[in-house]
Design a protein around this ligand. Sequence first.
Ligand code: TXA
Ligand code: MG
Length: 320
Amino acid sequence: MTVINNIYSGTSENIKKAADTICNGGLVAFPTDTVYGLGANVYDAKAVANIFAAKGRPSFDPLISHIAEIDFLKEYACTDSRAIDLAKHFWPGPLTLVLKRKDNNPSLDLVCSGLPNIAVRMPNHPLALELIKKSGVPIAAPSANKFKCISPTTAQHVADSLGDAVDMILDGGACTIGVETTIIDLTTTQIVMLRAGGLSKEELEEYTGEKIMISHGDPNQPSAPGQLLKHYAPKMPMRINVAEEDVKENEFFIGFGNVKNANLNLSSDADLNEAAANLFAYMREAETHSEFCGIAMSPIPMRGLGLAINDRIKRAAYKD
Ligand code: TXA
Ligand code: MG
């Protein structure tokens, strides 16, 4: 039997160590009221990219940011009285709010999957709240399991699924809710439930006094961003899988690995995690260069985070 040494009890000292790990770009699995999350500093794109690598997630689905104080919301999300009321009433608790991003901070692009919206929640778990407070930043976290596996509700589940792909696993016992949060979209006039979860529709309807629409995961709806054919659309046409010798003179060349004349190189060391962390920022940078008529991108290998990168750039290059 493999002995997993990265499970830590929730002492104050261990929480401090975990907070330092987050601040230094590491990954920490932590308990919430719903399921265990696999956390990283929301503003550290490379650490966020490592979450996708650790999970083996083939696409960059947007992640939920975890905060410990409602005041933190206004740092990066547009809030109105409806959002603040819901947050005050249901937080901390199993409700995630999708709100418009306030700023255009590129470091949040990977967390938001290039969308203009951000999903935020405040977990009802003392250990999670202390970790977020001590880290001093919001923590981006999907459920702490391998892609396609069941969400973990104990520290041991996390260890069984992710092993040493995570730097620390904080043990807070079994999660009380055990299913993920209910996600609602507050960017529209009528509230839309994007995912049923730990907070019932009835409770939400009772509090808001309005009928909550349920999204049925139509691939043309932004509620399922990872499934849209055209997803992150740069302002200029983009070609992918372009060998260096085939780049046209009027194209901005985003290279990968050992290429000579790239305008930007996602990773000259051919490190796919580094490439994933740079991807959105470089696409943004490319489209600001109006002296070019298009973007050409090097082939990206289909291994590790390369699957996720290819998934994203395929959608970015999609012509409708
Ligand atoms: O209970 C939970 O919510 C757990 C704990 C760890 O907080 N987290 C969780 O994360 O379930 P994850 O990544 O497994 O699911 C997040 C869901 C995805 O379906 C994603 O598409 C959606 O949230 N989501 C995140 N940001 C979004 C956004 N800006 N707009 C629409 N949907 C978003
Ligand atoms: Mg999940």
